[in-house]
Design a protein around this ligand. Structure first.
Ligand code: FNR
Ligand code: LAC
Length: 363
């Protein structure tokens, strides 16, 4: 049965509904859930529809090359795997399956502090594949510093500092299904590594966070000194923060609202991308994640100035559906779709995509 099943793979649109049948309700709530009323979760997907694509015809373009660079390193597509915690909850292949698929397809993949497996195990599976390490600041700076050091030693090529998580947001779906982001879910990076704060401690009318919440932007410089790796800041939604990140030496910025899982009511990422690209200036790469599902979404993000885009949930849908090989098939499908979209739009490469590709959809 397994062999017969693995011969087929659902289309990109069917992937989500098939995945829903492969994991428990508890894990499905973890994957899918957003925060609050899930406005931002929905907005991420819907906002892509505000743009329409202007194809050019009879361009003579008869081939397309998806290859580009991210922070100077060659990748086979302008798409990467966004960091996601606890992948062994989704499928026994966990991060190893994702790492192998990314390696085989030349995709950049980010793995995080809360990986089910250790960053060294993931590095081994990823081989020469491009990889980033996502850091959640730890209550003790020494623990954060050691994680960065280990990531460098294990061949990760950047530290992604996630800044939108001083405390866990209110996530009703996860709470209802009994999925808690706390010490109860096993992680692989060591007994001294902890998830971000689950809630603030209340004392009368005062709500107090853990010590790492006192951290300010100088942490970017501290991190750069800790590991020699470039620092990418993930979770930026305003030009003010983008400018500050650049001033403190960030090499890249991920425009992200954590896939609608942190502060609900924040804007769709594609809506704020242009103002952040402008604020970051020409020397800092800007990436986007949140709601990227189809080739056309990628075109739109590239046209609005993203160097590359991250995909989150679809990777876990593919992992749930077909393990590591399923993730590989998903990467192939999305790459094929992007190549087809570029050819249909009359553009020979991701770097040829600019604002002239778009008009307001007039919805
Ligand atoms: C995440 N995300 C995330 N981000 C991060 O910096 N560290 C993490 O550990 C996690 N964990 C995580 C788990 C799950 C199940 C999801 C769905 C997301 C956020 C992730 O990196 C990314 O920003 C969003 O998932 C992008 O949105 P889409 O593609 O899921 O719509
Ligand atoms: C999440 C965390 C773990 O979004 O980043 O679930």
């Amino acid at each position: 049965v397994a062999d017969e099943k693995s011969a087929e793979f659902p289309s990109l649109t069917d992937l989500e509904s098939v995945a829903a049948t492969r994991v428990s309700e508890r894990v499905w709530a973890y994957i899918q859930g957003g925060s609050g009323d899930e406005r931002t979760l929905r907005a991420n997907v819907e906002a892509f529809r505000r743009w329409a694509v202007r194809p050019r015809t009879l361009t003579g373009i008869s081939s397309v090359d998806l290859g580009t660079t991210i922070l100077g390193r060659p990748v086979s597509a302008p798409v990467f795997v966004s960091p996601m915690a606890y992948q062994a909850e989704v499928h026994p292949d966990g991060e190893l399956g994702v790492a192998r698929a990314a390696r085989d397809h030349g995709w950049l993949a980010a793995f995080g502090t809360l990986s089910s497996l250790s960053l060294e195990q993931i590095a081994k599976a990823s081989g020469l594949g491009p990889r980033w390490f996502q850091l959640y600041l730890q209550p003790d700076w020494e623990v954060s510093r050691r994680l960065a050091e280990r990531a460098e030693r294990a061949g990760f090529s950047a530290i992604v500092l996630t800044v939108d998580f001083p405390v866990l947001a209110i996530r009703d779906r996860q709470a209802r299904a009994g999925f808690a982001i706390d010490g109860s879910v096993p992680i692989g990076n060591g007994a001294d590594v902890v998830p971000p704060a689950r809630e603030a401690a209340r004392d009368g009318s005062t709500y107090r966070l853990r010590p790492e919440a006192e951290t300010t932007w100088e942490v970017v410089e501290r991190l750069k000194a800790a590991s020699h790796l470039p620092v990418v800041v993930k979770g930026i939604l305003t030009p003010e923060d983008a400018r500050t990140a650049v001033q403190h030496g960030a090499a890249g910025i991920v425009v992200s609202n954590h896939g609608g899982r942190q502060l609900d009511g924040t804007p769709a990422t594609i809506a704020v991308l242009p103002e952040i690209v402008e604020a970051a200036g020409p020397r800092t790469e800007v990436y986007l994640d949140g709601g990227v599902r189809r080739g056309t979404d990628i075109l739109i993000a590239l046209a609005l100035g993203a160097r590359a885009v991250g995909v989150g949930r679809p990777i876990l849908w593919a992992l749930a559906t077909g393990g590591g090989p399923g993730v590989g098939r998903y990467m192939e499908r999305l790459s094929d779709e992007l190549a087809t979209c570029l050819l249909l739009a009359g553009r020979a490469s991701p770097t040829e995509v600019n604002r002239s590709l778009l008009r307001a959809a007039g919805l």
